[in-house]
Design a protein around this ligand. Structure first.
Ligand code: 99T
Length: 209
């Protein structure tokens, strides 16, 4: 019998959803959440989802009492307070702000990568705005360069909100933007990512090719 008391609006290709799924696996909570598949883009919204999240974005998490949480950062914070193991988001002190800032850097990579994806996938080629696309790619390159130069030891120290967010961002670059060839400029990040990709939480949430 299912023990799921919450419903997660889900897509196997969404890296934001993947962050939630990885945290659920890492904290042993995956059976508490039922998945509701949501196929959507900004121009083809999911009507059922909009009832719960007016922004029409996933992930959104419906709790047992009917309350709905979004976005991924809020959901991670909530779920991290629902288990008895070590917190994956430090509750206080400078570690909290550093780890959340690294997670925000990873989310910024994702935001730029998803915008590029939508521009390339949804808009007619002759209408695509190349300087804007290049501006988004530059954000990704700059953020990756900072991770390579400043954050490898921190990422390797433990698999928490920062590491989960960076790992899901790199997984999304591989899925949608292999042309960026991010490993060429970031060999240490590539080695770290290779290692964390073997974790059960990462293997079980791999996006379909
Ligand atoms: O923008 C839309 O209308 C639909 N897009 C989404 O719901 C994307 C799916 S990634 N999710 C977000 O943009 C969530 C961002 C939010 N800040 C969060 O939750 O952290 C789908 C990418 C793909 O399939 O390629």
């Amino acid at each position: 019998m299912s023990t799921a008391s919450m419903t997660l609006f889900h897509s196997p290709t969404s890296p934001y959803v993947r962050k939630v799924m990885v945290l659920l696996h890492e904290t042993g909570q995956q059976n508490r959440v039922a998945l509701q598949d949501s196929k959507l883009t900004p121009i083809t919204p999911d009507v059922a989802l909009i009832q719960d999240n007016p922004l029409g974005k996933i992930p959104a998490l419906r709790l047992a009492d009917g309350q709905v949480l979004y976005d991924s950062r809020v959901i991670l914070d909530y779920l991290d307070q629902q288990h008895v193991g070590n917190p994956l988001i430090p509750r206080e002190g400078s570690a909290r702000w550093r780890r959340l800032t690294l997670a925000a850097l990873a989310d910024g990579i994702l935001d730029a990568a998803v915008l590029v994806r939508y521009e390339q996938f949804l808009r007619a080629p002759e209408l695509q705005w190349q300087p804007w696309l290049e501006g988004q790619r530059e954000k990704i390159r700059r953020a990756l360069a900072v991770l390579e130069a400043e954050a490898i030891a921190e990422l390797a120290s433990h698999f928490d909100v920062a590491a989960i967010s960076v790992a899901c961002a790199l997984g999304y670059l591989d899925l949608r933007h292999p042309d960026l060839e991010w490993r060429q400029q970031q060999p240490q990040l590539a080695a770290w990512y290779f290692e964390v990709s073997q974790r059960p939480s990462m293997l079980e949430t791999r996006p379909p090719l």
